[in-house]
Structure formats: structure tokens, C-alpha cells
Design a protein around this ligand. Structure first.
Ligand SMILES: [Zn+2]
Length: 280
């Protein structure tokens, strides 16, 4: 039995260019996310050599907004879906050492990245930046790091060109394949290829990564304890986050804590984000 985890966000999905259309054209954006994740799951099934699809388990985490974007009926039958919110380890719940690899789909660049589609870090209404052990991280590191905690490699990463450029620093070390879904020209604008062409490229990238398995035995690791510095959007958010007793206030907008491992860090990060959503 092969087990694959698919961690998917929406901002890096082809066909989608801004947050406004996510609010006003919900059926359209859900259709595009479902179609791309469906293409990915079918490609995983097609390219898992020597395995029948009924012996492959794909766990898909719908990890954008409240996790209710993907139409399960349109995914491969062997794809289980994690839907809904709130939940622990929001973007990758249930990941553990039983998985062969993680596929990271539809992701986006960190907050502040130039000309990157819908750049943000976890929550655009709470977080300005996150540093772990002295280096800035985004959602790629958050999810790949959680997988890495369980010694699960990342096999595939997709999103716009600025995001792919940002995470390509890890490509050689971790051995994953990348797939560029669109060319971002501004925060809320992108040049799009026809979706069928993108799905065909997804198939090629999945075929390559499952054939070569350059990621085997490699995963993203961080030295423990993790030293975490989070800069929030404003001072009231830091006032609230600092109510958590283990958190130290460094300055007006910045808080600090140490995490014994990545699961602790992920849980604390989700809790801080949830607390900071309500700042009245
Ligand atoms: Zn998102």
C-alpha cells in the first residue's frame, strides 16, 4: 500500500488571480481547485508504477480558508478528503510517518514577496512575518516541516512562478519536482495558460517525481528546539498573542517562543493566528 498526502491551498491554483473572486465567484474558484487537485490525484494513480489504484491511498487536505472548497465527488475514488475548520495542524492534519510522500499543491509566496500572487503567510489578517531559527519561513516550510518531523519527504510542489522561485532553494536538497501553474504579474493579477495545458504539465511532473523518487530519504528538518519569532500585523494582535504564558513580547508587534518540536510549533502558530483574528 502506497500512501500519499496532498496538502492544497487555493492561491496557487491555475485560473485564479485574486481574493475578490474567491468571495464573489465561489463556484468558479471551487471548480478550478477541484479540477487541478483531481488532475493531480489521477496522475498519482496513473504513475504509481506497479500499484493498482485501489492499493494507493491519497489523503487530500482542503486547506484554504475554512477548508470547504473541493468537491469530493470529482476526485479519484481512492482520495479521502479532509474538509472543514477549525482543526489542529490546519493545512496538514493527520500527516504521520505512514505516508510515503507529501504533494504540496496550489501554494503561494510568503507575505511581502514582489509581484507574487496573493502573497501572505498563513493569515493575511494576522501575520506579517515568521522566523524559525533565524530564517524567514512561509507555508511551504510550515507544511514540509511538519511532514519532515515525521520523516515524510515532499515529492511535488506547485504554485505561481514567484512561489516556485522562492522554494527552489530547497529543490536540490529535498529532491522534489516543481510545477508552475501561472505567471504572477502583480499581487492580484496573473497570466494564465489554458487549464488543460497545466493539467498535462502536472501529469509530466508527477510521472517524473514518482519514477525518479529523488526525494526518497530526504525531508525538511529544523534543529530543535525551534526558536520562533513572529511579527504580527499590528500591536493589538501582539497584545493578545502575548496572553499565552510561554510567549515573550520582544517589541510592539513581535513575539517569541521556543518549541520543542514542529508539532508544538504548528499548534502554537495556529492558536496565535486564531487569537489574532479577533482584535476588537
Ligand atoms: Zn489559501
Amino acid at each position: 500500500m502506497k500512501k500519499y498526502y496532498v496538502c492544497c491551498d487555493m492561491e496557487g491554483i491555475t485560473g485564479i488571480s485574486n481574493f475578490k473572486e474567491m468571495e464573489t465567484q465561489n463556484a468558479y474558484v471551487s471548480k478550478m481547485m477541484t479540477a487541478e487537485i483531481s488532475a493531480l490525484c489521477e496522475s498519482i494513480n496513473r504513475n504509481s508504477t506497479g500499484e493498482r489504484s485501489d492499493s494507493i491511498d491519497i489523503l487530500v487536505a482542503d486547506s484554504h480558508a475554512t477548508g470547504t472548497n473541493i468537491n469530493h465527488s470529482d476526485l479519484s475514488e481512492n482520495a479521502r478528503l479532509i474538509r472543514g475548520f477549525p482543526r489542529a495542524q490546519y493545512m496538514a492534519p493527520g500527516i504521520d510517518s505512514s505516508f510515503d510522500a507529501m504533494f504540496i499543491a496550489g501554494h503561494h509566496a510568503r507575505a511581502g514577496t514582489l509581484k507574487a500572487g496573493m502573497d501572505h503567510t498563513f493569515s493575511g489578517s494576522a501575520i506579517y512575518s515568521v522566523e524559525v531559527n533565524g530564517s524567514e519561513i512561509g507555508e511551504f516550510e510550515l507544511n514540509a516541516g511538519l511532514a519532515g518531523h515525521y520523516k515524510v519527504p515532499v515529492a511535488y510542489v506547485s504554485g505561481d512562478d514567484k512561489f516556485i522561485e522562492q522554494i527552489s532553494v530547497y529543490k536540490e536538497k529535498l529532491g522534489f519536482e516543481t510545477l508552475t501553474t501561472k505567471e504572477a504579474v502583480a499581487r492580484y493579477s496573473a497570466v494564465l495558460e489554458h487549464p488543460k495545458r497545466v493539467y498535462s504539465k502536472i501529469d509530466k511532473a508527477v510521472e517524473k517525481t514518482l519514477r525518479e523518487k529523488k526525494w526518497a530519504g530526504k525531508y525538511l528538518t529544523f534543529e530543535y528546539p525551534l526558536k520562533v519569532k513572529i511579527t504580527l500585523l499590528n500591536t493589538v494582535k501582539a497584545d493578545m498573542a502575548a496572553l499565552i504564558p510561554v510567549i515573550k513580547r520582544l517589541d510592539g508587534r513581535t513575539i517569541y517562543f521556543e518549541a520543542p518540536d514542529f508539532v508544538y510549533f504548528y499548534d502554537m502558530f495556529c492558536a496565535i493566528t486564531l487569537i489574532c483574528w479577533n482584535d476588537r
